[in-house]
Design a protein around this ligand. Sequence first.
Ligand code: FAD
Length: 510
Amino acid sequence: MNRRLFLKLSATALIEVVGCQNRDRHTISSPYDITVTSDMKAGHQLLWPTPLTKGEQLNTEYIIVGSGLAGLSAAERLADRDFILCELSAGLGGSSSHASYAGESFSQGAHYDLAYPANYGRETLALLEKLGIVAYDPIQNCWNFVDKQYLIRESKAEQIRTETGFQSEILTPGPLKTAFLELVLPYQGQMKMPTWLIDRELHWLDQITFRQFLARSLDLTPDFERVIDYQMRDDYGASANQVSALAGIHYYTCRPYYTESVELFSPPEGNYYFVKKLVSRLNPQRLKTQHLVKRIERDRYGFQVEVIDLSKKALNTYRAKFIVFAGQKHSLQYIFEPDQHLFSHNAYAPWLVMNLVLSDRLNADGFWQNEILEETNKVAKKTFMGFVDNATQVRHNPDYRILTAYYCFIPDQRQILADIETHAESIVERTVTQISNYFNRDISPLIERVFLKLMGHAMPIPKVNYLFDDQNQYRSEPGLVYAGVDNSRLPLLFEAMDSGIQAVKLLDQI
Ligand SMILES: Cc1cc2nc3c(=O)[nH]c(=O)nc-3n(C[C@H](O)[C@H](O)[C@H](O)COP(=O)(O)OP(=O)(O)OC[C@H]3O[C@@H](n4cnc5c(N)ncnc54)[C@H](O)[C@@H]3O)c2cc1C
């Protein structure tokens, strides 16, 4: 009996949750060993508190909430000062985190970035240079990556599967593509990062949807819209009908993709590479994982902060003069109610990342990004975004091949993640079937281990009127500032890092 059939027959009878080493990580025993990582249960302690013992009390100057790239960039700026960073997860990095197996490290979220044009924000470029990540290239007039071994070769960068077979370009050449490029390319050079650097004259593009913008000048076809929607969901978590024209144009023109060759950088552990670089500059004792910030209150000293130490089941009380809040803002209603209204219009796309660890007898040529744009994908409510194949990346253990699949859900489907947390088999099976069809062979006998990362509030959707309105300007307490891509920024690495830098600068002005 093949493994897939066995899986179908055994259904839920085999489900067993074993060995809870970390609160946010458990293993489901099934024909595949599936390790699920999710912060949902930990986060829900904000809603339904559990009994806690009295924990430590201490004073510090700064508390940083969240260890995504925003929180860690803020920490890097505060490296020589007295700070504590609290992260609810067992690992650092937030949506740029990773997992490891048999000496191989792989991404569980953000997984790449591209060379940075010289007109991008100076402070973030300086930080990336200080971390030894980029160096200025005067010939190309841009900031290229230092670790060249992690660049993805252009010929191996992408393959797309549609109903009619494989293709190498996602936007098929033809008159509509030409007209589309004629429409967006004039914006090349003006779509900077961080986005607050973009000229005011272009801000109107944030007030209409990308689809409205395109439909005004182009005769859109269903096929063309399908591709554009796919690309918007891939980077912004929602279709062209929802994201702003500015976000859409930014996607195609923030770098000179169509006129020059742009370095594509994807280390095996994805953007956790950037996390590691930041962490290497910080005192590890200041970084507290499994620490959930539960409540912030103003007091005479500055702020009193209740923090749950999830590993000890203890309630710590910290006092701090300043706070950088770099966690997702939807939880402010429980943590710091006075400012919750500032972010009440944010919408977040839930994401699921699945790493399939294969013993490498998959004798197929690899492409880095494998997009699946088939009609049959509609069965999965258009949520399956394809997979990344580490055969094109630097590998430490050649015995293993890791395929990392991505699912993007709509906000209303968040509950699906809660179900997947305990019943992961069916989505794993569905993914294995999709990827087997892609390779035209059953990959299920090669699967040794499966890792799943569930992120309920993974990606803020850059809807109409979302950008250019930094909520720090309306904050109720000067000493409590906001960082993170969900504060009026595109959900991208450079924006996240810049938000951490700008947050500390705001505090320094007090
Ligand atoms: C699946 C996926 C793929 C992506 N791919 C890319 C990519 O390839 N390139 C790219 O540039 N961008 C990508 N992104 C966007 C990515 O989110 C940003 O680049 C960036 O990592 C966001 O960082 P952040 O610090 O703003 O937020 P996050 O990474 O979300 O960090 C927030 C952190 O705060 C913690 N936290 C929240 N509340 C609390 C609390 N109360 N107490 C303690 N801790 C708390 C969370 O656990 C989390 O670790 C991707 C996003 C997703 C979801």
